[in-house]
Design a protein around this ligand. Structure first.
Ligand code: NAI
Ligand code: MG
Length: 338
């Protein structure tokens, strides 16, 4: 059975890295069909809106989207497209794996951890967040619900179980932020009891930062609220060599959007030197999500192989002298010779 996905090439380097990614997906022969839709600046120019209704309908219909980075114009009253998409589809889980690859500017080898960030509540409520502001004093709010905490925690434990992971660490600040972070921790303890096969650990966020930097291999699945997750997942991307290899999935009950964590990189757009790996790793996570775990693993293994054996073909940010195209070609030929 062939599966259709919505593809949003995005802005800046988006089309370049998406073309490279689709070439690799085609070489994998995973039977995917693509339907292309606009979003971001490209959509604004063509349709007068950043997120056309047709794009939303397509994501709703196909339930799975692969998305290039989108540029939200700054200072023109537009709210972030990514936040709009998360809200519209209630994409409550932001899943960001941090996986070591050879030849990166990383201090560690063999990191393999996943951050599961609550994506819809916490300190990121946008316009609802400001309680008062008079130029002298600003008061903002944090909203944590039992329902929101339960679903993200259950998601993290289920993910751990499905992927054969041994441990879930709930990161919080319940010692100080007693109500909101306290509720998250209380629910974490309750949900953990339903998963006796998975080790449960709780850790205060400041200690978690230090532990991640000192001894990241002790972590497996890290689950936390929105703001802490935003910060910790960037820290984790830094542990494995930066944004060039950082994928992110936004998962809801019915719909999932897979993307690179980095942005549209206007400084290098059109120069054909953008690294396609983060989007490619997002595509690997998409294949896992679609039940094609072997194909997802094949993508990760092939990236590893090319980084080890064809370093001159890879993009300059990875220390190579290649282009987006030579990188994609090296991946495709490695796959074909498998
Ligand atoms: P950025 O991630 O686009 O770029 C930061 C730096 O990393 C730049 O020097 C860039 O050249 C480099 N870089 C990023 N991706 C790369 C890749 N694949 N290969 C090689 N080098 C790469 O962040 P910035 O400059 O803060 O944002 C630019 C635009 O992207 C903004 O309009 C922002 O709103 C948007 N953005 C979109 C995101 C999304 O759609 N998920 C996420 C972050 C930013
Ligand atoms: Mg962030």
């Amino acid at each position: 059975m062939s599966q259709t996905i919505a593809v949003l090439k995005g802005d800046g380097i988006g089309p370049e890295i998406m073309d490279a990614t689709l070439r690799v997906l085609d070489a994998l022969e995973c039977g995917l069909k693509y339907e292309f839709f606009d979003a971001g600046l490209t959509a604004l120019e063509k349709h007068g809106t950043l997120v056309p209704a047709e794009t939303l309908e397509a994501i709703e219909k196909y339930r799975v989207a692969l998305k290039g980075p989108l540029t939200t114009p700054v200072g023109k009253g537009f709210s972030s497209i990514n936040v709009q998409l998360r809200r519209h589809f209630d994409l409550y889980a932001n899943v960001r794996p941090a996986l070591s690859f050879p030849g990166t500017r990383s201090r560690y080898d063999e990191i393999d951890l996943i951050t599961v960030r609550e994506n819809t509540e916490g300190a990121y409520l946008s316009e609802g967040q400001t309680l008062s502001y008079d130029g002298e004093t600003a008061l903002s709010s944090i909203r944590v619900t039992r329902k929101g905490s339960e679903r993200i925690l259950r998601y993290a434990f289920e993910l751990a179980r499905q992927r054969g992971r041994r441990k879930v660490t709930a990161v919080h600040k319940a010692n100080i932020i007693k109500t909101s972070s306290g509720l998250f921790l209380e629910v974490a303890r309750e949900v953990a009891e339903e998963y006796p096969d998975i080790e449960f650990q709780e850790m205060i966020v400041d200690n978690a930062c230090m532990q991640l930097v000192m001894d990241p291999q002790q972590f497996d699945v890290v689950v936390t609220t929105n703001l802490f997750g935003d910060i910790l997942s960037d820290l984790c991307a830094g542990l494995v060599g930066g944004l060039g290899l950082a994928p992110g999935s936004n998962i809801g009950t019915d719909t999932a959007i897979f993307e690179a964590v980095h942005g549209s990189a206007p400084d290098i757009a059109g120069k054909k030197i953008a690294n396609p790996c983060a989007l490619l790793l997002a595509a690997a996570d998409m294949l896992d999500h679609l039940g094609m775990m072997d194909k997802g693993t094949q993508i990760r293994d092939t990236i590893r192989q090319v980084l080890e054996t064809a370093r001159d073909q890879v993009t300059p940010d990875m220390g190579g002298s290649g282009t987006t195209d030579t990188f994609a070609e090296a991946l495709v030929s490695a796959l074909r010779n498998d």
